[in-house]
Design a protein around this ligand. Structure first.
Ligand code: ATP
Ligand code: MG
Length: 412
């Protein structure tokens, strides 16, 4: 788990602000759920057989002997919340969330134990258009951030029945190759055979090239739905490739699955993952509700962003001050200027003016406001232009009570 220091925080704020703005323009509502949930929610909502529930959760018993877990992802909590708060009886819901998630994983570049996700979930929408809209929100946000070399991969998982047929076929095909499978794949073959398609091991991927393809087992309706989505994406000029090995292991996932990856990321290449999960709301005790969502990993996004694309927020006004009264006057004026939207820094040192001016220049401020006990006797302060076009008189003496005049000069 890592600390976020001021030098990095500004970049985070910009990414978060841009995301909020995209969600606002798309008419989504924000939802904030607690970081802690009962363990059972994730066991049921993500599935016991997944890596996340099986080996990555931070779980503990609280003082009331209830098993609690720090949320490893956002979807299960959002589903619990929309059910519990009765939002699903108020028509379709288009929601977003943002915040820390916790998984006990081996930390490495782009993989932390506390990491952050931005996510979007749609409830009560089943049309192909809603799938395309949801994908377009992620795509447009990532592109607006200036990310390039992004690849959108999509697949269709069809219905539960489609996958049942495929699963049987895949397993009987794999049975001829059990001696080539590793321990993990053999376990998956019994518990959740579709997960094998997701294997990161090259020799298994090579073997799978000859395996039956999920697409060949989709019903006509599922195929048509998938084609419709492709057509909409083409119309929207969102480029994509079809990846038949893109799967989600659980029964409540259906139809659309997608990922956005970047070649710049190496092993941890997935920036955004999402899909349709029409069965989950019901699984967690709610009414039958078509649902689809995605999540973006913020740390991976930030790795991708070129440092240069961030303009640092600099101090605009530096308050040079010396003397007990001057110090308090500097703070008084700084507050007034901050209310008027200036970025103001107050020199804390009480050292010689020459030293304070050096710091003022280093701060990159455009103006120094100079306050000394002497000037205060005359109720005056000095404003000195430090940057920009310095023509003729770059110093002004102003009454300290005349805020309008001070602001007019600072804006000139
Ligand atoms: P991976 O295959 O990389 O482990 P995942 O399938 O576990 O990803 P999801 O559960 O789909 O990931 O989460 C969505 C996104 O959250 C991922 O694409 C990734 O960007 C990010 N993410 C997941 N786990 C971590 C982590 N431990 N640290 C940082 N980011 C993460
Ligand atoms: Mg993972």
């Amino acid at each position: 788990m890592i600390d976020l220091l001021p030098s990095q925080a500004e970049r985070w704020q910009k990414v978060e602000a841009l995301a909020r703005d995209h969600f606002r323009r798309a008419g989504l509502g924000e939802i904030r759920t607690p970081l802690l949930e009962y363990t059972e929610l994730f066991a049921r909502g993500i599935g016991e057989a997944t890596d996340v529930v099986g080996k990555e959760m931070y779980s503990f018993f609280d003082r009331g002997d209830r098993s609690c877990t720090l949320r490893p992802e956002g979807t299960a909590s959002v589903v619990r919340s929309v059910i519990q708060n009765g939002l699903l009886s108020q028509g379709s819901q288009r929601l977003w969330y943002m915040g820390p998630m916790f998984r006990y994983e081996r930390p490495q570049a782009g993989r932390q134990r506390q990491f952050h996700q931005i996510g979007v979930e749609f409830f009560g929408l089943s049309s192909e258009m809603s799938d395309a809209e949801l994908i377009s929100i992620a795509w447009d946000f990532l592109n607006d951030l200036g990310l390039r070399e992004l690849t959108l991969e999509i697949n269709s998982l069809g219905t539960k029945e489609d996958r049942k047929k495929y699963r049987q076929n895949l397993v009987s095909w794999l049975e001829d190759f059990t001696e080539l499978l590793d321990e993990e794949s053999l376990k998956q073959m019994n518990q959740n055979p579709l997960r094998i398609l997701d294997s990161k091991k090259p020799h298994i991927q090579k073997l799978l090239n000859g395996a039956p393809k999920l697409g060949d087992f989709l019903s006509n309706e599922s195929q048509e739905r998938f084609l419709n989505i492709q057509n909409i994406l083409n119309t929207l000029e969102i480029p994509f490739t079809i990846n038949q090995k893109l799967v989600r292991g659980l029964d409540y996932y259906c139809h659309t699955a997608f990922e956005i990856t970047s070649k710049q990321l190496g092993a941890q290449a997935t920036v955004c993952g999402g899909g349709r999960y029409d069965g989950l709301v019901e699984e967690l005790g709610g009414p039958k509700t078509p649902s689809i969502g995605w999540a973006i990993g913020l740390e991976r996004l930030l790795i991708l962003l070129n440092e240069d694309s961030f303009e640092k927020q600099f101090t605009e006004v530096y308050m040079v001050n010396k003397g007990d009264k001057a110090q308090v006057e500097a703070l008084r004026l700084a507050r007034d200027l901050r209310i008027s939207n200036f970025v103001v820094e107050i020199d804390p040192s009480g050292s010689a003016f020459s030293k304070q001016f050096k710091r003022a220049n280093r701060s990159n401020a455009s103006w120094a406001v100079i306050i000394g006990d002497q000037e205060l006797i005359q109720k005056e302060i000095r404003l000195k232009r430090l940057k920009g076009e310095i023509v003729g008189d770059n110093e002004y003496v102003v009454k300290n009570s005349d805020l309008n005049q001070i602001i007019k000069i600072l804006r000139s």
